[in-house]
Design a protein around this ligand. Structure first.
Ligand code: SF4
Length: 301
């Protein structure tokens, strides 16, 4: 069996920056406790690795009660709403902001559109960490939708509206929503010009949707694909879905122990891929385990 790791898989640019920052802070703070507010990324294996180096994950309620000093608190790639920064400032905490620059730029665009009086519509998951931050920059005065039906039900078509997206949503679903809303606005204006009433900002992350074509090619070139990601990774879910549409023998695993070897029966080419939060080192561990297993079987034949 030929086992290949997808060379377009592994951490995205934003996650690389965040993890580099965390390592730098851990290395330069041997006598301080370093906290991260929420899971640093949606991948339990990487969380475990950083925990072993001293990183402690805390919740927002833990943050409120943080009295230990000196301490550093890292804001992860997903970003935070302004209320978190305010609380940290009031508590005089040492905040290290590792928000992905693309998320930061999206927050700024939403803030500006809101201040200009537009109705803000965000295609995303209401309780996802990134969306909580986006909601925060417009005082939660926005409409978060996951589907066309939710959009039609909640959007006020008489107002100037700007459609944004959480960075990690699926591209096809975003454009479907955009087209439906655009047509509705056209109906509302009796077929008139919609450009002043409805504006779409494609804020999907290029590092996620840019992977879609390569991922589809990779899925098509292997008999079986193991998709390795954290179960709560948003882009993990959407990239897995794309992979499975191309190759029905695509299996999602978070941990090596979840591999069911009957999935691999008869496969000549096995591919390993993952989300933008899946560490390269973990995909290599999956490959090593599989190669050892198959070498042992081959030696017995
Ligand atoms: S997926 Fe995109 S937006 Fe999210 S952390 Fe990576 S680079 Fe940033």
């Amino acid at each position: 069996m030929i086992i290949t790791i997808d060379d377009s898989a592994g951490f995205c640019w934003g996650v690389v920056k965040t993890i580099d920052k965390v390592e730098e802070v851990l290395n330069s703070s041997p006598d301080e406790q370093v906290y991260v507010l929420g899971d640093i990324i949606h991948n339990p294996r990487e969380i475990d690795r950083l925990k072993a180096k001293g990183l402690k994950t805390i919740t927002h309620s833990n943050l409120r009660n943080l009295s230990e000093k000196p301490a550093k608190v890292i804001i992860r790639a997903h970003g935070e709403p302004p209320s978190t920064y305010k609380m940290a400032e009031d508590m005089k905490l040492n905040i290290i902001d590792a928000t992905c620059p693309l998320v930061q730029a999206l927050q700024n665009r939403i803030r500006k559109a809101y201040e200009e009086g537009s109705q803000i519509v965000i295609f995303g998951k209401k309780d996802h960490a990134e969306v909580i931050g986006l909601r925060g920059v417009c005082n939660d005065d926005c409409i978060v939708i996951k589907s066309v039906d939710e959009a039609i039900e909640n959007v006020d078509f008489s107002r100037k509206t700007i459609l944004f997206s959480q960075t990690t949503m699926e591209k096809s679903a975003f454009f479907e929503i955009k087209n439906v809303l655009e047509n509705r606005v056209k109906d509302f204006t009796d077929g008139g010009d919609t450009k002043d009433l409805f504006i779409t900002k494609n804020t999907l992350c290029k590092y996620v949707y840019g992977r879609e074509d390569k991922l589809m090619e990779f899925a098509a070139n292997n008999n079986v694909v193991l998709f390795v990601a954290g179960r709560n990774s948003s882009n993990g879910k959407s990239l897995f879905h794309i992979c499975r549409q191309v190759n029905s023998k695509t299996y999602f695993i978070e941990d090596i122990s979840e591999i069911d070897y009957s999935w691999l029966y008869g496969a000549e080419k096995l591919g390993i891929t993952g989300a933008t939060s899946t560490p390269q080192w973990y995909m290599e561990s999956v490959k090593d385990v599989l190669e050892k297993k198959y070498n042992m079987i081959a030696a017995k034949i």
